[in-house]
Write a protein that binds this ligand. Structure first.
Ligand code: NAD
Ligand code: TDX
Length: 340
């Protein structure tokens, strides 16, 4: 079995590479990543020691490079993590989100079709459903919830989902889609809530909480996302969408206070700042379908996962320093070039 993992030098992709190498050591893996600011080749150093793992520096939007790779490798499965993933950046500059998330997905779908890939899996997000009211804890996103996006990011992800489903219907392509809630864990880039707060707390800097801090996110430890995708690509039904989430809803302010307590820093560091434009109020996944069909359940409770995550950042301060000094980008540039 040969699997293409796109976006494997980013947060979830990196965790997925290690999860799969451990779970299916006999498979062959190719990671394709263009190493944007969110990609970090250092993440994959251990994986690259494995003869079954290869890295290719290329963009999913580069049709020539994509075609060349597919022609050479004859993939059985494609798992597309590659994306621009940060909502705030999409508000500042939507166009790269459309280019990567929509046109890049289209290029991968075309190559998967041309070369007869047996399963194309699109990694999507619960943000395609928009948001839920804070005062209706009885409501959850199901796979039947209408698409109703709020940000350029979520709109680009929804577009990619619709394209993927259109290829399933029109060309009878064997596709699956997963829509996951907020992930947390090792290797998350320090622009997302949890690593931002850990990093600032460790440096005694103010912790910027958007708006009133009462927005709710449904947190999933990254390995639980990986196990769900592993099940879907092997046993999920073609043409289906699966929601992934573990009933771990927390207000942002609760998450921030938990981090401060764990690292022993005072709540006086919390600073309320201007709210995000169009800020989604609440995300909450109903994972009944993936549980019923594939037997998936998350293994890590938030209380345990957040400890594991904070400990990882404490034990890997060099990883964070390397990002803030900009050294990782230089490494991506020089080392990444060797894999072009
Ligand atoms: P990330 O930003 O940490 O990583 C994205 C990776 O994609 C980086 O390695 C980057 O270099 C690469 N990339 C970007 N543009 C590329 C291109 N044109 N060609 C090749 N590679 C490119 O993102 P993440 O948080 O790991 O998210 C991975 C996927 O999961 C995304 O599709 C995202 O929409 C989805 N998702 C994320 C979350 C979450 O909480 N982080 C939740 C649900 C779904
Ligand atoms: O500094 C901050 N302060 C703050 O209050 C940051 C970075 C975020 N926030 C808030 C905004 C959100 O309510 O925390 C919440 C989480 O924010 P992000 O980490 O930016 O994640 P979110 O916007 O919820 O989107 C994430 O989950 C779904 C991922 O970034 C997406 O890629 C994924 O699809």
């Amino acid at each position: 079995m040969k699997i293409l993992i796109t976006g494997g030098a980013g947060f979830i992709g990196t965790n997925f590479c290690y999860y799969m190498l451990k779970k299916h050591p006999d498979y062959e893996y190719v990671c394709m990543d263009s190493l944007t600011y969110a990609g970090n080749l250092h993440n994959l150093e251990k994986a690259l020691e494995n003869p079954n793992f290869k890295f290719v520096k290329a963009s999913i939007s580069d049709r020539e490079a994509v075609d060349k790779l597919f022609a050479k490798e004859n993939f059985d499965i494609v798992v597309n993590f590659a994306a621009e993933s940060h909502v705030d950046r999409s508000i500042e500059n939507p166009s790269i989100f459309l280019e990567t998330n929509i046109m890049g997905t289209a290029a991968l779908l075309d190559a998967s079709r041309k070369y007869g890939v047996k399963r194309y899996h699109q990694v999507s997000t619960d943000e395609v459903y928009g948001d839920l009211p804070i005062d209706r804890p009885d409501l959850f996103f199901t796979e039947e919830t209408p698409i109703h996006t709020s940000s350029p990011y979520s709109s680009s992800k929804a577009s990619a989902d619709l394209l993927t489903l259109a290829y399933a219907r029109t060309y009878k392509m064997p596709v699956t889609i997963s829509r996951c809630s907020n992930n947390y864990g090792p290797y998350q880039f320090p622009e997302k809530l949890i690593p931002v707060m850990i990093q600032k707390a460790l440096n005694d800097e103010n912790l910027p909480v958007y708006g009133n801090g009462l927005n709710v996110r449904d947190w999933l430890y990254v390995d639980d996302h990986c196990s769900a995708i592993d099940l879907i690509i092997h046993n999920g039904r073609e043409g289906e969408v699966y929601n992934i989430g573990g009933h771990n809803e927390k207000q942002n302010i609760e998450v921030v206070k938990t981090i401060l307590e764990r690292v022993g820093k005072p709540e006086s560091l919390i600073t309320y700042v201007k709210d995000r434009a169009g800020h989604d109020l609440r995300y909450a996944i109903d994972p009944a379908k993936i549980h019923a069909e594939l037997g998936w359940l998350p293994e890590t409770k938030f209380a345990d996962g957040i400890k594991l995550t904070i400990d990882w950042y404490l034990n890997n301060r060099a990883w964070m320093d390397d990002i803030f000094s900009g050294d990782y980008a230089k490494f991506n540039e020089t080392e990444g070039g060797k894999y072009a």
